[in-house]
Ligand binder design. Structure first.
Ligand code: GLN
Length: 308
């Protein structure tokens, strides 16, 4: 009887070990499913061939990779570059009426820059539209390859994700009704502020007065900027604090609103990727640098934002 038990126990152990091993294998395979090579990998051309052979060869390959750095990156889906965003942030990302930019279904500065980056990396751009916070989290957790949503680089976000070089700037501004008693930032005290949830505008506004904010109770977070602007029109809030580019766009489309002259905080927009995904980040930065140098990025910004 004891013997049978021992055999059964051994069997269970062997089986569970096998199960673990196969799970590990699957995950590993998944994450290595597709390996894209950037243009500058030509020097390591023989790396792949030797890596397939023996362990020793694999070690050689590792050494070679170390020398040349950023040789390979992987994406969530083979041949595609998934960009998570909140497509309610004109003119950076909007749902298109028709096919959208290059058939993506979306348009805007971020969509066009992302498309140009994807082209350079030999990938097809896929835009995944969701709430702003979800868009950040998707990139953070590696569910999307990158988040582009007029995302401001700040310390809190740098703690949980990595950012590309900056490609644009944004300024936090205040939208009020044309007949509003609010004329300066000081006048906001004691008033109700509308913002978009999870944004830097929300964070600054709800900070303590000592830190330049108006306190949590003064701020209502809406699902997106347009809902906040609608609440302003309906008299549910007294002002909206939001990035200048969407502010211009909302004011242009909604008569009776204006933007205060006072500019609040200037911020850098960048592309967010999962923390530690340096291979992809390097590839994105490489493509972005070329697109900035040859004027593509500025050209895209200029088609959407006309200088006053
Ligand atoms: N720039 C702001 C932020 O990063 C707002 C971005 C947005 O609403 N899409 O928080």
């Amino acid at each position: 009887m004891k013997k049978i038990l021992a055999i059964l126990l051994a069997l269970v152990l062997v089986l569970s070990f096998a199960a673990c091993a196969s799970t590990a294998e699957t995950t590993n395979e998944d994450s290595n499913a597709q390996t894209n090579e950037t243009a500058d990998t030509t020097e390591t051309g023989d790396t792949d061939a030797s890596a397939e052979d023996t362990d020793a060869a694999a070690e050689d390959a590792d050494a070679a990779t170390e020398e040349t750095t950023d040789a390979a990156f992987t994406t969530v889906e083979e041949g595609k570059l998934h960009m998570s965003t909140n497509a309610a942030f004109p003119p950076y990302e909007m749902v298109a009426d028709g096919e959208g930019f290059q058939g993506t279904g979306y348009e805007g500065i971020d969509v066009e820059i992302a498309y140009a980056i994807a082209q350079k990396l030999g990938l097809e751009l896929v835009v995944d539209d969701m709430d702003f916070t979800a868009a950040l989290e998707a990139a953070q957790s590696g569910k999307s390859d990158m988040v582009m949503a007029g995302v401001t680089v700040n310390e809190d976000r740098l703690a949980v994700m990595d950012f590309s070089d900056s490609y644009a700037t944004g300024v936090q501004v205040v939208i009020v009704t044309e007949d509003s008693p609010i004329a300066t930032l000081d006048d906001i005290e004691g008033k109700l502020i509308g913002t978009q949830k999870g944004t830097t505008g929300f964070t600054y506004a709800s900070d303590t007065p000592e830190n330049g904010g108006y306190g949590e109770d003064a701020v209502i977070g809406f699902d997106n900027g347009l809902s906040a602007v609608q609440a302003l029109k309906n008299g549910q809030v007294d002002c909206v604090i939001i990035d200048n580019a969407p502010a211009q766009s909302f004011v242009a489309e909604n008569p009776g609103l204006k933007i205060l002259d006072t500019e609040w905080v200037t911020e850098d927009y960048a592309i967010g990727v999962a923390k530690g995904n340096t291979a992809l980040l390097d590839a994105i930065n490489g493509a972005l640098a070329e697109l900035i140098a040859d004027g593509t990025v500025q050209g895209i910004i200029d088609t959407y934002i006309t200088a006053e």
